[in-house]
Design a protein. Structure first.
Length: 550
């Protein structure tokens, strides 16, 4: 985790400028719309294509349901599922790429490219119509494919590829390179820093630079070479560097350029038409191997994240307490399931050492994921501390609202209900902070609505006073509380489940456990899946039949 600013660096021919982002909680939108933080004008880019967000000490990227998708290190992202980012990651938005940078690329070898051949001719290479010697050399590709694909690191892959290229051609040097920042015009004196990924022979980069003109030509997605004939205007400058000829082949992952295979020679002549088939095949195999490696790395990263979230969820479940039990003559049953592993729903039953009965609360923090889950934990801890200190529910909910308002990020709040149960008088002091989802089921199974004087969600404004509504419970009556994740779940036709379906499902129920089970089955049948759009919490509570005064 980090609190660093980050930079989105356009690569290759991407026309955008580098964009620095601060870890201030704001969302960076990448897309074609005029209001996008990073605007990319191209028909393949959606109006709101992807977003970057810094939340809970981590930068993440999310594809916003774009038409042509977003890739991370060449691997397609699932729409609307956030993926953690690391410095050096490459974000693909066809036809362009961006690098996610959180500072200097430590450990990268920087290649200083030469502009001395900027007046040269870049020729797009095409395979010969006749069978070439390079096609025969594909046997070498077949024999080397196992070792390339079995490599477990990027360095192993590119080093093996460079070695095979030298063995399979008359070229004397093979490099695999990629851009570290935006590629400028080939005649510019600076810009377009290049990272050396691998080379063969080792150390062959030291005495001769690479041609930025050639790399610029290959950035269009086609293999190119430098002409060796007398018509080549930069022939003398190439001779000055000791290079007799060179070729560059883009290495693709899907439709994005991941790196470049750069071949050259210093003595004799090389027929680059014959080299083309072999080098293109090597380039394609390299792209597949790198994609496999990156997919494994992303899957590992995703597993790590899910393990972290699962551990956080276990903490939340312990904070919510048992799914059934009794406390201070209050009997309850509860069910909770998160929409995205970590929930923002809140539930608790607290017995005060100074009051008769118990206080029951249920709430829902706005948003989804880890951030709301952390706020949920803070709200629960703060409220438990207040109630343990003997503070009554009316003051506790006002103090809780001030606590959230002063600490939550802008726009974050929580709906909340709190029931202070007097088990002797069989009444409840009920507080509603913008929640609205509750009812009573009497001992005969009849569902009754509750008329409550509600207030605004907690955390919206400070010093808001919540009014009390008194509810009487006869023997066997049960108070049902549930989060909006139940009422607002939609089916395949887009219909909302709603309170009416909840009431119909509860009709005839006679126990707390039956209440909860009926609503669970209703949700499952209505949504037809077990992964819901939002967190769902359902609770039913009643007073023990025989309640004695203390």
């Amino acid at each position: 985790m980090s609190n660093e600013a980050c930079t989105l660096v356009p690569l290759g021919s991407c026309p955008a400028s580098a964009l620095q982002l601060q870890p201030d909680g704001k969302t960076c939108i990448i897309g074609r719309s005029a209001g996008a933080s990073l605007r990319l004008e191209h028909q393949s880019i959606s109006r709101q294509h992807a977003s970057l967000t810094f939340l809970n000490g981590r930068w993440t990227i999310t594809d916003l349901g774009s038409r042509h998708g977003t890739t991370l290190n060449g691997v397609s992202l699932e729409a609307r599922v956030s993926m953690p980012l690391r410095s050096g990651d490459r974000i693909g938005l066809n036809p362009w790429s961006l690098r996610f940078d959180m500072g200097q690329n430590e450990g990268a070898t920087i290649v200083h490219s030469s502009a001395m051949d900027s007046g040269g001719t870049v020729i797009v290479m095409a395979p010969s119509k006749e069978k070439s010697q390079a096609q025969i050399q594909l046997d070498l590709l077949i024999t080397s494919s196992v070792s390339i694909y079995a490599a477990t690191t990027e360095v192993e892959i590119v080093t093996e590829v460079a070695k095979v290229c030298v063995e399979g051609t008359k070229c004397e040097r093979a490099l695999i390179v990629r851009f570290l920042d935006q590629l400028l015009d080939s005649g510019a004196s600076s810009g377009g820093r290049i990272e050396l990924m691998g080379e063969w022979p080792e150390g062959s980069l030291k005495n001769r630079p690479v041609s930025r003109t050639l790399l610029s030509g290959a950035s269009k997605g086609k293999p190119v070479r430098l002409s060796e004939d007398d018509s080549f205007g930069a022939a003398q400058s190439i001779v000055g560097t000791g290079v007799n000829g060179a070729a560059c082949i883009p290495i693709m992952i899907d439709s994005n350029i991941e790196a470049y295979l750069y071949l050259d020679h210093f003595q004799g002549k090389v027929n680059y038409e014959e080299v083309l088939s072999f080098s293109q095949a090597i380039g394609r195999w390299t792209g597949l191997s790198l994609m496999k490696l990156k997919r494994f790395e992303l899957e590992s990263r995703q597993r790590e994240l899910m393990e972290e979230l699962a551990a956080a969820r276990q903490v939340q479940e312990r904070m919510m307490g048992a799914t059934s039990g009794n406390q201070g003559d209050v009997v309850w049953a509860m069910y909770s399931i998160p929409g995205q592993v970590v929930a923002g729903d809140i539930f608790g039953v607290h017995r005060s050492p100074t009051q008769v009965g118990a206080t029951v609360f249920l709430g829902d923090v706005s948003g989804k994921g880890l951030g709301p889950g952390l706020l949920m934990a803070a709200i629960t801890a703060h409220l438990e501390a207040q109630l343990s200190a003997g503070i009554r529910a009316g003051k506790a909910i006002c103090d809780l609202s001030n606590f959230v308002a002063s600490r939550a990020v802008s726009g974050q709040f929580a709906t909340f209900v709190m029931a202070e149960v007097d088990s002797v008088a069989r009444k409840i002091n009920f507080f509603d902070a913008g929640h609205g989802y509750y009812c009573v089921v009497d001992r005969t199974g009849i569902v009754k609505p509750i008329d409550v004087d509600g207030g605004i969600p907690i955390g919206v404004v400070e010093d808001f006073l919540y009014e009390t509504t008194e509810i009487s419970l006869a023997k066997g009556d049960r108070l049902i509380l549930y989060s909006d994740g139940l009422a607002e779940e939609r089916n395949d036709e887009g219909e909302m489940l709603g309170p009416d379906r909840v009431a119909a499902a509860l009709a005839g129920s006679l126990t707390c456990e039956d209440d909860v089970n009926r609503l669970r089955e209703l949700l499952k049948a209505f949504a037809k899946n077990v992964k819901y759009a939002d967190d769902v919490t359902i609770a039913s509570l009643m007073l023990a039949f025989d309640v004695k005064s203390p």
